[in-house]
Design a binder for this molecule. Structure first.
Ligand code: BG6
Ligand code: MG
Length: 223
């Protein structure tokens, strides 16, 4: 029997911060005269801050100096930080804690695998730090999802092989990254958008104990 590992994305999976990222990008897009819809935002999910700005500028056909690019990055982040400044436990998505508790009680290691450089401060705000045996965030990775780097580092940190790990993701890029890493992928959100995932749920309230038990057995049986 192999050791299983659970890896969770943060924004849009554990907490509802995906909406704040969207609002902050939309504010900057408005300022730059670029139309930015929720559909456009799907491409920004799971993707590093820098890559998001590159995508936005491509949408508006805008080329800028490095200095201006960095100022806009900073502006977006400051705006985002304002949105999340008052965050607390109430912003943990429904039944996430129930699932984390269940996995923790089983003694299965858990890691965070997020592209965000704000991940640790968010986990502290919502008091979830203690659940995670390892945290891999945007400060530690060089390649953005769909590159599997973030999840491969997470698996290593919790001492599990990639094929014995499962990833919970709300982003298309994240599901791709998990699939490339050879991990089991669980899409959280619109199952039509996340159709490449091995399993899909609208949210954690749909995930029951039977599913988790079967998943653990499956992960532990893979070599
Ligand atoms: C990901 C989000 O988790 O983090 C992306 O899905 C975001 O939308 C990325 O761009 C980087 O986040 P941050 O907090 O470092 O700007
Ligand atoms: Mg996400």
């Amino acid at each position: 029997m192999k050791k299983a590992g659970f890896i969770f994305d943060l924004d849009g999976v554990i907490v509802d911060t995906a909406k704040y990222h969207y609002l902050a990008w939309k504010n900057l897009a408005n300022e730059l005269g670029i139309e930015f819809t929720e559909a456009d935002n799907e491409k920004f999910k799971g993707v590093s801050r820098k890559r998001c700005l590159e995508l936005l500028l491509e949408m508006g056909n805008i080329t800028v100096s490095k200095e201006q690019f960095d100022r806009w990055l900073e502006e977006k982040n400051e705006d985002y930080l304002k949105y999340i400044s008052k965050m607390d436990k109430k912003e943990i998505l429904p039944d996430v804690t129930k699932v984390l508790d269940y996995i923790k009680d089983k003694g299965i290691p858990m890691a965070l695998g997020s592209a965000s450089k704000n991940a640790v401060s968010i986990l502290e705000k919502v008091a979830l730090m203690s659940y995670f045996d390892a945290i891999v965030d945007g400060t530690q990775v060089t390649k953005a999802k769909p590159d599997p780097e973030v999840f491969l580092i997470a698996a290593k940190k919790i001492g599990a092989e990639p094929e014995n790990c499962v990833v919970f993701e709300d982003a298309l890029a994240g599901i791709e990254a998990a699939n490339i890493a050879g991990m089991e992928s669980i899409g959280i959100g619109d199952v039509k958008i996340l159709s490449d995932a091995d399993h899909g749920f609208n949210n954690f309230t749909e995930i029951d104990v039977k599913f988790l038990d079967d998943l653990i057995l499956l992960l532990e049986s893979k070599n």
